[in-house]
Design a protein around this ligand. Structure first.
Ligand code: ASP
Length: 337
């Protein structure tokens, strides 16, 4: 009797493209100038045929923008689509191609609103697709290599770039142009991604994805939260302008341990008295902003951002405000997420 050989089914990975330099094109390969979001998801997939050895790959175009213009509408569309796809047995993992400018924000947003433990991985590149030694194809291959790895499940939303795997909560962009631009804020990379052979180091300890209480599947908008940058001699005018403009929350990108001038702190405290929720973070790039160190948060009605940098604190505050307006509860979120 002839034996029947059944090919082992490959995991199914969906690539959701949003644009960025990974889909960018230059007019000439020696020209630094380029346009993000030029190539389509089909172009990106066909540029890396080796991905087919890892997975059954298909693609969808969610947007095609430079991530400097990322916005709430695309975030909501992306999150809803990811949750739809991951709820079916037809998708085992997701790779989102994304510009690097706001990748740390989208990764943390998704880390809080994806309701699945299947892998969700963001990849991007620092050099456009047409560049000499473009870094996008390998990052995409490595991203798919993480999305198909059973050990990637339950680690929250990740960023895979330059052979490293970062937690979406902890990752930040640190160099304007180098391919080695992503680094963790406070904890090391959670793994190494090397040609689909991944090495894992960490599991994020705080709440994310399945354990998160933040859901946007029925939301059409997100509350307005803005960031105020601090520096020597900063006046309170920007804080007052944001309150007048209707901000529901303000994040201080403070100096040092989330500090600012007396004027700005007075402006923030006045904002808090009017019901605008104020979170103190820092522009310094790592470390923890704790309550009541040099600023008396208890007295002034402010919240400490803990480990989150200003852009990530903004996201947690936006999502937090959808669930509560109580500063005590919102402070708890900054301990838990
Ligand atoms: N400005 C680009 C973007 O964020 C940069 C990049 O993708 O590397 O879309």
């Amino acid at each position: 009797m002839a034996s029947v050989v059944v090919a082992e089914a490959k995991p199914k990975v969906k690539i959701l493209a949003t644009g960025g330099t990974i889909a960018g094109a230059q007019a000439s390969t020696s020209d630094a100038g380029y346009k993000s979001g030029t190539f389509s998801v089909e172009n990106l997939i066909s540029a890396v045929p080796a991905m087919k050895e890892l997975a059954e790959v298909s693609g969808e175009q969610i947007a095609n923008i430079g991530s400097q213009t990322m916005n709430d509408a695309v975030w909501l569309k992306l999150a809803k689509r990811i949750n739809q796809l991951l709820a079916t047995p037809d998708v085992d993992g997701i790779v989102v191609t994304h510009g690097t400018d706001t990748m740390e924000e989208t990764a943390y947003f998704l880390n809080l609103v994806v309701s699945s433990d299947k892998p969700v991985v963001l990849v991007g590149s620092m050099r456009p697709a047409t560049a000499i030694s473009a870094d996008g194809p390998l990052n995409l291959f490595n991203g798919v290599g993480v999305a198909v790895d059973p050990d990637a499940r339950g680690r929250g939303v990740m960023v895979v770039i330059n052979d490293q795997i970062f937690s979406g909560r902890d990752v930040t962009k640190s160099h304007t142009t180098s391919v080695e631009t992503f680094r963790p804020l406070n904890h090391g990379p959670i793994g190494d991604a090397y040609l689909a052979k991944n090495r894992w180091y960490e599991r994020p300890a705080l709440k994310h994805t399945l354990n998160s209480e933040f859901r946007v599947d029925k939301a059409d908008t997100l509350p307005r939260v803005d960031i105020v940058y601090s520096y020597a001699n900063a006046p309170r005018d920007l804080v007052d302008a944001l309150v007048a403009a209707g901000a529901k929350g303000i994040v201080l990108a403070g100096v040092g341990d989330g500090n600012s001038t007396d004027e700005v702190i007075a402006g923030l405290s006045d904002a808090a008295k009017k019901g605008v929720v104020v979170v103190r973070s820092t522009k310094v790039g790592s470390g923890i902003v704790r309550r009541n160190v040099e600023v008396n948060d208890d007295k002034l009605g402010l919240i400490a951002a803990e480990e989150l940098n200003p852009s990530k604190a903004r996201i947690l505050l936006m999502l937090g405000l959808m669930n509560s307006s109580d500063p005590k509860k919102l402070q708890e979120f900054f301990y838990q997420y």
